[in-house]
Design a protein around this ligand. Structure first.
Ligand SMILES: Cc1cc2nc3c(=O)[nH]c(=O)nc-3n(C[C@H](O)[C@H](O)[C@H](O)COP(=O)(O)OP(=O)(O)OC[C@H]3O[C@@H](n4cnc5c(N)ncnc54)[C@H](O)[C@@H]3O)c2cc1C
Length: 384
């Protein structure tokens, strides 16, 4: 395995940092105040070429997943809440379109989505079905020329700002657990769609939305992949996006770590800089080691993904470790700032909350443990 990030990719990441310094940094205070990200952010990202890194044939990279993970890590260092809006569009929505396309869907929506002119989200979770994906209840009934959807998706990132949603629904209620669901691309301006923006305190300024569908007509051409394959397809999308949410979570840890290190070098307590108290210096070393271990797992998952090798275990290991690490790092970092850390406007305040949110998206830590356990058990005989 090669641990070297190609020079060309490092230049891309530097270019992305300059983009963030101009297009994102100056606006963050107002986005956090309004708890909203304007559409101009997504179009600027599209024009800059930052979406669709594994889809657009003109932009195929030698190691595209590694590039994607480095970009989202950078963005999350600055704002995990903006990074998750990027992730919902790019790694849930566009990834769905890329993995389970039809010619019509690609021709109609591929380019505008990659250019950020059209926004996507993914609605899977319902009030009675999160970790247990197969248990979802949204119904899709067959009618002439398409399907009619009824039900509610409880938590959808970007649900308020998006134009289209990748949605799972029950098409074959009498079929087995594995073949009840199908996947659709739903136009959110359709008659019968209503959206409620939820009041959350994590991943600010991204939006979280409840999307209700009442007799929403979806044309046959918007059925994604195969009928009855919705469960497998949505789990495949999550396996891919798990790698990028891991990178985003590492960025969350690093954002907090950077602030804390800066503070620890300035703040004197009992006449000594915080960083020079030996207990703090050991903690800094421990946490840095854990972040590096998370980084290696993420890069290994990217490495496997880009070589079309199995990466389900690697993705869950990366997610599990990066979340454990980010929870520890962000709590430690906030603690280093003392009482100042509880103030909403303080730059450290968001990080522990955003690390907690990372533990929920794309499967909780228990779900990662289940995947790791199953992969370990199934590989047991092979390894002996
Ligand atoms: C900020 C935010 C943004 C989100 N964005 C989206 C989105 O864009 N699209 C979308 O579809 N969803 C989204 N979600 C939903 C997210 O994917 C779910 O919250 C997550 O999958 C967990 O589902 P749940 O909330 O129903 O919890 P549950 O599945 O009810 O889990 C509750 C508890 O049970 C544990 N548990 C689950 N299974 C097992 C098991 N087998 N053994 C032991 N314990 C278990 C869990 O770890 C957890 O502790 C978002 C959530 C948040 C918080």
């Amino acid at each position: 395995m090669d641990f070297h990030v190609p020079t060309e990719m490092n230049h891309e990441v530097e270019r992305f940092q300059s983009f963030l310094d101009i297009q994102v940094k100056p606006h963050l205070t107002s986005w956090y105040h309004e708890k909203a990200i304007p559409r101009t952010f997504f179009s600027a990202m599209g024009e800059g070429g930052w979406f669709g890194f594994t889809w657009d044939r003109d932009r195929i990279w030698a190691r595209p997943s590694l590039r994607g993970s480095l970009l989202i890590e950078k963005l999350a260092r600055l704002s995990p809440g903006v990074a998750v809006a990027f992730l919902a569009h790019n790694d849930l929505g566009i990834t769905g379109l890329r993995l389970f396309p039809t010619d019509d869907l690609l021709a109609g929506f591929g380019e505008p989505a990659v250019m950020g002119r059209l926004l996507l989200c993914l609605g899977n979770t319902e009030s009675e079905a999160g970790s247990d994906v197969a248990n979802i209840a949204m119904k899709a009934e067959k009618v002439d020329g398409g399907w009619v959807l009824n039900g509610t998706k409880a938590y959808v990132t970007n649900g308020t700002v998006s134009d289209l949603a990748v949605v799972t629904a029950v098409t074959d209620p009498k079929a087995s657990r594995n073949s009840r669901l199908s996947m659709f691309l739903v136009d959110l301006s359709s008659k019968g769609v209503s959206r409620t923006k939820l009041n959350k305190q994590v991943w600010v300024p991204s939006d979280l939305t409840r999307i209700q569908m009442t007799n929403v007509f979806v044309p046959e051409s918007h059925l994604m992949g195969g009928r009855g394959r919705g469960l497998q397809q949505v789990l495949t999308i999550f396996t891919h996006s798990r790698v990028f949410i891991s990178a985003m979570t590492l960025g969350t840890a690093e954002g907090a770590f950077d602030l804390a290190i800066g503070h620890s070098r300035k703040r004197k307590i009992f006449g000594v800089r915080l960083a020079d108290h030996q207990f703090k210096s050991f903690q800094i070393a421990d946490l840095y080691a854990k972040m590096e271990a998370s980084r290696l797992l993420i890069h290994k998952a990217c490495w496997a993904m880009d070589r079309d090798m199995p990466f389900r275990l690697e993705a869950s290991l990366a997610k599990y470790m990066s979340v454990q690490t980010a929870k520890e790092v962000t709590e430690w970092a906030a603690d280093l700032f003392g009482a100042a850390s509880v103030i909403y406007e303080h730059p450290i305040h968001k990080f522990p909350l955003d690390a907690w949110a990372s533990s929920l998206g794309e499967g909780t830590q228990d779900v990662q443990r289940l995947v790791i356990f199953r992969e370990v058990m199934s590989g047991f005989d092979r390894r002996r």
